[in-house]
Design a protein. Sequence first.
Length: 138
Amino acid sequence: MRYVFNAPTVWVHETASFLGGSLFVIGGAYALAIDKHVRVVILYDMVSQRTRHYLNVFHHLCGLLFSGLLIYAGYSMVMNSWFNPWGELQLETSGTAWNPAYPALLKGIIFVTVIVMFIQFVLHLAQELKAIKELKDV
């Protein structure tokens, strides 16, 4: 269509970047929620069930550390992109001709998604610790 009207669309690149970034982050949280992240299954399948649980505990502890640090750093980034120095709501914009507020919105989406991932890591960790306790009781 842009060739018919001889007018390139200025919104396509920014919208595609925003949607791609949003879906990438939300997809990571979804993969964590259903436990479908990529694993080195050659090693994972070679160890016992008990060792798998310990590997999962290590994985979830690393995930908690990483997401906790992202929450800590992301809070100031979100606050700076959503509010001006006087505390008034003023979303950060892209600075292009169209100038949407996508950078601020994307930072907010990332921040909320990382909080959800932190909670999910806590739930998975509790589930693994419960499974380890049940294996010890048997």
